[in-house]
Design a protein around this ligand. Structure first.
Ligand SMILES: CC(C)(COP(=O)(O)OP(=O)(O)OC[C@H]1O[C@@H](n2cnc3c(N)ncnc32)[C@H](O)[C@@H]1OP(=O)(O)O)[C@@H](O)C(=O)NCCC(=O)NCCS
Length: 405
């Protein structure tokens, strides 16, 4: 029997937090901790009840997703998904996903996006891996930059109180420069960033880069952990958040983290796959990749609107037939030429036919269509279309979600 699904009201936020803690097996919230992320946009919560008790939690937030070319796509950002251990594998999540997608469609959001606790969950609901994240570790002693630093800007360390004011505007400018990036609303920063991500580190620091004119154009937030064992430094600097408006500022931040003293190791867990560090050091092999994991998942709710919101790397014309997450099919003629991008619904024979996860995987340019064709997951009706699609959908810089929600 289906469970009751509805949005919760502010009096029920405490119950939501308890259900979230049980669903994820986490620690209870610290007394007095921020609830800004929990209490926002409650009309977008979709919570499952059994006999009046919460048995499943889910919600979406009103986000913008940066598209290749810089347009902002309205997107339903799915978050807080959990089902109580007592009610798993009884279809609760399936009901919640349908409810969230219905709501997003009613709001004319062409895409739903999320980050996943496990990569095996969301393909069945129409999601594909639109952008990957790379984690890396490097021993500081092995890192030598190949060229001298010609930066004419400056770095400064700020207090956390100063950072609360200074870094959100930098993030907001930086997110426009890369496909796959998303909004960080004020209510996100307070609870998710300052409370959860930074607040859990005992020693955390914020360094901001300003350009030669004194305008802030990048920052890095990092923690330092570990001890000096037997008098030898064995401490780790972990990058919590690094953002920059320009490639030059990004490199400058790398130089900075490798210049911090009393550190043996530098690590980062959410870098774009085109991170340039290995190209700017003498020994690229000393930049060790720990993992490359799925990060941004995208489900199309309106494939035509998504295709029309991005730009294409070269001129060309393709006809793509794609399923949306609800199984409906759109056949779209995508044309890019000197006058711009034109996407229209068509009855023409498609060149490529894909399901919703493959569409979500390829649409931002974070994966090549040819990879999916090689994997047997793309139906190719016109073989020349695959290489053309690879070239047209290429996005520079590589799509990445340098955030999470
Ligand atoms: C992941 C989770 C929300 C699934 O909820 P659920 O109500 O058990 O899911 P459903 O019963 O609707 O399952 C739907 C289908 O997905 C499959 N599925 C569910 N969770 C899965 C998982 N973790 N890995 C692989 N498959 C999974 C089910 O087997 C089922 O398959 P079927 O349709 O072939 O029978 C739940 O297990 C959970 O709360 N996990 C811990 C918290 C978490 O990881 N949340 C996700 C955050 S991104």
């Amino acid at each position: 029997m289906p469970f009751e699904i509805r949005a919760i009201e502010s009096a029920e936020v405490d119950d939501l937090l308890v259900a979230d803690q049980r669903g994820f097996g986490g620690a209870p919230p610290r007394p007095g901790a921020s609830r800004s992320w929990a209490a926002a946009e409650l009309d977008r919560t979709r919570v499952a009840f059994d006999s009046g008790h919460i048995v499943g939690v889910s919600r979406t937030y009103t986000f913008e997703l940066t598209m290749p070319g810089g347009a902002m796509l309205p997107a339903a950002a799915v978050s807080w998904v959990s089902v109580q251990p007592t009610h798993r594998r009884r279809g609760v999540l399936t009901q919640l996903m349908a409810a969230m997608h219905d709501d997003a469609r009613a709001r004319d959001e062409p895409a739903a996006i999320l980050t996943a606790s496990e990569s095996s969950i969301y393909g069945r609901f129409g999601y594909g891996v639109a952008a990957w994240r790379l984690a890396m570790t490097a021993e500081k002693s092995r890192i030598e930059f190949a060229r001298p630093d010609h930066d004419d800007g400056s770095m400064r360390l700020v207090t956390l109180d100063e950072a609360v004011v200074a870094i959100p505007p930098v993030y907001d400018r930086a997110r426009h420069t890369r496909a796959g990036m998303v909004t960080r609303p004020e209510f996100w920063w307070e609870q998710v960033f300052w409370e959860f991500m930074v607040g859990q580190a005992k020693a955390s620091f914020v360094a901001i880069h300003a350009d030669a004119q004194g305008n802030d154009d990048g920052y890095v937030v990092y923690s330092i952990t570990g001890e000096g064992a037997g008098g030898l430094v064995d401490r780790r600097l972990t990058i919590i958040d690094m953002q920059a408006e320009t490639p030059a500022a990004w490199i400058r931040l790398w130089r900075y983290v490798f210049s911090v003293d009393l550190i043996a190791t530098v690590s980062a867990f959410n870098l774009p796959v085109d991170d340039p560090l290995r190209h700017v050091v003498v020994d690229g092999r000393s930049v060790r990749v720990d993992f490359v994991n799925d990060h941004l998942w995208l489900a199309p709710l309106d494939p035509l609107a998504i295709l029309g919101a991005r730009t294409y790397s070269i001129a060309g014309r393709l006809v793509i037939s794609a399923h949306a997450a609800d199984g409906t099919t759109s056949t779209v003629a995508v044309e890019s030429n000197a006058d711009g991008t034109f996407c229209v619904a068509t009855n023409e024979e498609p060149d490529l036919v894909c399901d919703a996860p493959v569409f979500g995987t390829c649409v931002l340019g974070g994966n090549r269509w040819s990879e999916l064709a090689a994997a047997g997951r793309l139906e190719v009706r016109r073989p020349e279309a695959v290489a053309l699609a690879d070239a047209m959908f290429l996005a520079t810089p590589a799509p990445a979600l340098l955030s999470f929600f």
